[in-house]
Design a protein around this ligand. Sequence first.
Ligand SMILES: C[S@@+](CC[C@H](N)C(=O)[O-])C[C@H]1O[C@@H](n2cnc3c(N)ncnc32)[C@H](O)[C@@H]1O
Length: 414
Amino acid sequence: MDIDQSDTNFLLTRFSVLIIIYAFSLQILPNSKLPIAVFLLGMSSSLYKTKAFSWIVKKFIQKDINSDRQDLINAVQSFQMYKDRALGWNKRKYGNLKRISYDDYIQAKKIGYYDHLTKTDKAIESNAQLANAIAKQTIQNYGITDLEIRSAVYKDNSRVIESLCHFARDWTSMGDVELKPLFDYILNNLNKTIPGKEERSKTVVLVPGSGLGRIAHELSLLTPKFDAVHTIEFSYLMHLCNEFVYSKTQSSESYKIHPFIHTYSHHVSEENQLRSVEFKTQPTKPQNLTTNYGDFRKFQIPNLDKYDNVVIVTAFFIDTAQNLFEYFDSIERLIGEKSGTWINIGPLKYGTAPKVEFSLEELRKLRKLRGWKDLDEPKPYGSEISGYLTDTKGLWQGYYGLGRWTSSFTSKKK
Ligand SMILES: C[S@@+](CC[C@H](N)C(=O)[O-])C[C@H]1O[C@@H](n2cnc3c(N)ncnc32)[C@H](O)[C@@H]1O
C-alpha cells in the first residue's frame, strides 16, 4: 500500500497539537490519568479518519467481504461522494479564472460567466439530492454499516454521472425521443411473434444489460401479460438506480435532474446547459417484473419448468461483449430446450478489449451458422438512428445507427 501524503501530514499535525495539549495539561494535572487518556483518544480518532485505516479494515478485518458486496459498497460511496466530487470539479473552473488577467476576469464576470459557474454549483446540489437518496435507500435496504462504507474503493464520478443521466433518458419525457425507436421495434416484434394470452402466460422475458430498466418495465406492462420479466444488470450503480425507481411506492417522490451540467463544452447557452427535468419514482412495481443484479452469463431463470418460451431482449447491449461468442453461448444456454426468441436493437460500438468485432453482416452469418432463424431484419440495415444520452439542444450530438433483428432458436437437442 502507498502511504498517502495527506494521511502523513494530517497525522503529523494532529500528533503535534495533541502533544502540546498533553504537555500543557500535565502541568495542570500532574497526577491525573486524564492527559494521557485525552492524548490516546485523540490519536485513535485521528487514525480512524485516515485512508490507511480504511485500507487496514479492508485488508485484515473484512477479509471475507465478497466482490459483489464490495461493488455494492463502492457504488453507495460513489453516490455519496457525487456532490463533493462534482463541486470539486466545478471549483477548478473558478480556479481557472484566477489564471487570466484581471481585465479579462472583469469581462468574463460582466458577461455572466461567474454567475454561470455559481448556478452550476446549485444544479450539482440538486442532482446530489437524488444521488444521496439512492445511497440512503441502499444503505437501509442492504444493511450496509459505516465500517463497510469506510472500506469503499475510490471510483471516479463518471459512472455516477452516467447513471444520473440515465434517469433523464429512461424515466422522464426528455428520453422519449431516444426510447421511441427501441420501443417501436421491440414491442412490434413481440406482438408479432408471441401475441396470444396463453403463450405469454408460458413466456419468460429476459433483458440483459437492462440499465435503469425502462424497457423491461414497458415489457412487463404489455397486455396480454408475460408471466415474468427479468432485468439483469451487473453494474451496481445502474441496478441500484433501477431499484430506486420502485422504492417509494407509498408516496411517489420527485427529483430535479440537470443532466447536461457535467461539461461546459458544446453548449449554446447557459440556459440549455442548466435545464432540468423532473423524475418521479414509480407508484407501483409491475407484479411480473423482477430486477436482478448480476452477470447475465451466469443467470439462471427462476421457475424454468413453467415456461415454453424464453424471449431475450438486448438493447444497446451486445457491443459490451468482450467475446461475442460468449454472449451467443449464454443466450443459447438460457433458451436451453425451450423455444427462443432474440430481439436485438443497438449499435456496434465495441467497448472494453473486444476479442472479435463483427459487423452486422458477420453477425447475420453467425446466427445462421449457429441455427438461428431470422424472422425480421429491417432494411436498409442499420438505417434507423437514435441518440444515447445526447443533448438534443447541444452543439455536439451523438447518434447511432441501430442494428436490429428478431430471430428464433430451437435447440437441436430438443
Ligand atoms: C450501454 S448500457 C445500455 C443499458 C440499457 N440496455 C439501455 O438501453 O438503456 C449497457 C449495460 O449493460 C450492462 N452490462 C454489460 N455487460 C453485462 C453483463 N455481462 N451482464 C449484465 N449486464 C451487463 C452494463 O453495466 C450497462 O449498464
